[in-house]
Design a binder for this molecule. Structure first.
Ligand SMILES: Cc1cc2nc3c(=O)[nH]c(=O)nc-3n(C[C@H](O)[C@H](O)[C@H](O)COP(=O)(O)OP(=O)(O)OC[C@H]3O[C@@H](n4cnc5c(N)ncnc54)[C@H](O)[C@@H]3O)c2cc1C
Length: 381
């Protein structure tokens, strides 16, 4: 169902009759909705544009058994906490986000993809006195070209998240015919055939490998073990420990502290530790560990130690890449990722250590070489 709600915010027509609004938020995920909540409280006029047909679709489209590993309290947005006692399923999270937007009547326009963001040279009628110098948009503000027409705005918030373009290595094409899919396309074990190789041993890889073997498929899990949270998150102990851990993440391990910067560097390099699935779970279930897949020989994936594997199915849990190619402003670096000048709203951009989830590690600079050379499987939404 496409819910393109054309909210009537106090927009005005610019000189050439293009709709103008003070602020456009691009992306209606957690970040975009939370920013919308705060702007609404401040009495600001804005619209949220989101490419998905429904708010929450990013979560709806994740695999069937996915349950968040963050407590409801930490998965909630400001002003209206989730009313759940246990970890939300992916659908519960999606429905919560949709209900949140409705609860606050946030001016969301769903099914609207921003295709280009640039400066506008056409003067509009809105006051621009409060536009910060940083990224000052010129006389006409910003030009936001979308799949449903154009807008002008004085301020634009890019809240498009870090999970835009799934990535697999280039050599995936050389693997002999069989099933290959990225974790973003994985839904359940009915998609798997025979022996399964899961590439990428982060949280996504570990969870999918466990599900694979439990559904009867001999399963390899390739990649370096990123470490693990030293307690079970469903236990009473976790309820006591998690608030302390969260406090440390939010107040101590921030980008403002040397320790926080060090931990961030390590997390980006080695991936975040396994949260729900433990190494012992994988071993007990019989998941076989393999080294990182370094290439292909005779149509077979080969590990860094030269071991050839013979899977019928490969599930790439090798991460995502940000895509800012549609932003025609000097805000990205040579690789097309955000430069320090961009105040991106997403995880890793704020002052705290990023909550890179599910070991989908393509955002890690250390992997950027490998994965930058990889090919993308296209958009998921
Ligand atoms: C498999 C998986 C499991 C995860 N589990 C957890 C968890 O348990 N707990 C946790 O805290 N985090 C988890 N995360 C991370 C979490 O999903 C992100 O941190 C969070 O969603 C980021 O929110 P966001 O609003 O920045 O981006 P997103 O939620 O990705 O939202 C971005 C929005 O922007 C829209 N968009 C993108 N491009 C455009 C465009 N050009 N025009 C218009 N709209 C656009 C998209 O439609 C989307 O709705 C998980 C991630 C993955 C991949």
């Amino acid at each position: 169902m496409t819910t393109q709600r054309m909210h009537l915010v106090q927009t005005s027509a610019s000189a050439d009759d293009v709709e103008s609004t003070p602020t456009v938020i691009i992306g209606g995920g957690q970040a975009g909705l939370a920013i919308g909540y705060h702007l609404q409280r401040a009495g600001e006029q804005f619209v949220i544009l989101d490419a998905n047909a429904r708010i929450g679709d990013t979560w709806r489209n994740r695999w069937d058994s996915l349950r968040l590993f963050s407590f409801p309290r930490y998965s909630s947005l400001p002003g209206w906490p989730m009313q759940l006692a246990s970890f939300p399923t992916h659908n519960e999270m999606a429905d919560y986000l949709e209900a949140y937007a409705q609860h606050f009547d946030l001016p969301v326009r769903s099914g609207v993809r921003v295709e280009r963001l640039s400066r506008s040279d056409v003067p509009d009628r809105l006051s621009r006195s409060d536009v910060p110098d940083q990224l000052s948009p010129g006389n006409g503000g910003f030009r936001v070209e979308t799949s449903h027409g154009e807008l002008r705005a004085n301020r634009v918030v890019v809240a498009t998240g870090g999970y835009q373009t799934p990535v697999v290595p280039d050599f995936a094409d050389e693997i002999a015919p069989g099933i290959q899919l990225h974790s973003c396309a994985y839904r359940n074990p009915s998609q798997l055939d025979g022996t399964v190789l899961v590439v990428g041993a982060g949280n996504s890889g570990a969870e999918i490998a466990l599900e694979s073997i439990r559904s009867g498929h001999p399963t390899w899990l390739s990649g370096r073990h990123p470490g693990q949270v030293p307690f079970r998150i469903e236990t009473r102990m976790a309820r006591l420990l998690v608030p302390i851990v969260m406090f440390i993440f939010r107040r101590v391990l921030t980008l403002d502290t040397p320790l926080g910067r060090k931990v961030r560097g390590s997390a980006l390099k080695h991936g975040t530790p396994l949260v729900r699935t433990k190494l012992s779970d994988l071993q007990a279930a019989g998941v076989r560990q393999a080294g990182r897949i370094a290439g292909v020989r005779n149509g077979l994936p080969v590990t860094v130690d030269g071991v050839e594997l013979q899977p019928q199915t490969v599930v790439w849990c090798t991460g995502y890449r940000s895509d800012y190619s549609w932003i025609d402003l000097p805000v990205t670096d040579a690789e097309g990722t955000r430069s320090p000048r961009v105040n991106h709203s997403g995880p890793g951009s704020g002052r705290s250590v990023p909550d890179a989830r599910h070991g989908d590690t393509a955002q890690r600079p250390a992997d950027a070489g490998d994965l930058g050379a990889g090919r993308s499987l296209g958009r998921r939404s």
